[in-house]
Design a protein around this ligand. Sequence first.
Ligand SMILES: CC(C)(COP(=O)(O)OP(=O)(O)OC[C@H]1O[C@@H](n2cnc3c(N)ncnc32)[C@H](O)[C@@H]1OP(=O)(O)O)[C@@H](O)C(=O)NCCC(=O)NCCS
Length: 148
Amino acid sequence: MITTPVLELSTPGGIVKISRATTAHPGEMRELYVAGGWWDDAWDESHLSAIVEMGFAFVAAEAPDGRWIGMGRLISDGVSDAYLQDIVVLPQWEGYGIGSAIVRFLLSICKDSGIDWIGTISEPETEYFYRRFGFARMNRYTPMRYER
Ligand SMILES: CC(C)(COP(=O)(O)OP(=O)(O)OC[C@H]1O[C@@H](n2cnc3c(N)ncnc32)[C@H](O)[C@@H]1OP(=O)(O)O)[C@@H](O)C(=O)NCCC(=O)NCCS
């Protein structure tokens, strides 16, 4: 059983709570996906619900007013391998440690589950962000995507 507690982060905008979510907040998730540049107009509420409910772990950062202002998730079988996906913080909340707290929270979930193979695909400009947690380039491997 996963016992990772809620993480509270003091920011100039107030206390931000980082915790696992099991139910989607479609409006706020849309805003976060747009901020990350990953929104797809074909997506609807059921798509966003599936992202939260069917993945291994979904983590939300909640502002003092209850709005989601950051998110991140894990795609995993829950015992062996995991991929960090969709880590994003709304621009007006950037630079307060929220993104780092989300990544640390996701890594602690992996640790609690005994998962030690953890990957992510970083955009070139955010490589610096992941390196600080111990991620490194896989020099002998090439990230690939099925292009139909
Ligand atoms: C990457 C991202 C999640 C970081 O979130 P954040 O809450 O600002 O991160 P933190 O406040 O924890 O900052 C972590 C470090 O990155 C630095 N940093 C954050 N945003 C930065 C930016 N846009 N440019 C340069 N450095 C930045 C911070 O200064 C900090 O470094 P420091 O502790 O040495 O000062 C956020 O900028 C974001 O949502 N970007 C758009 C989506 C994205 O690119 N996601 C990553 C994925 S593929």
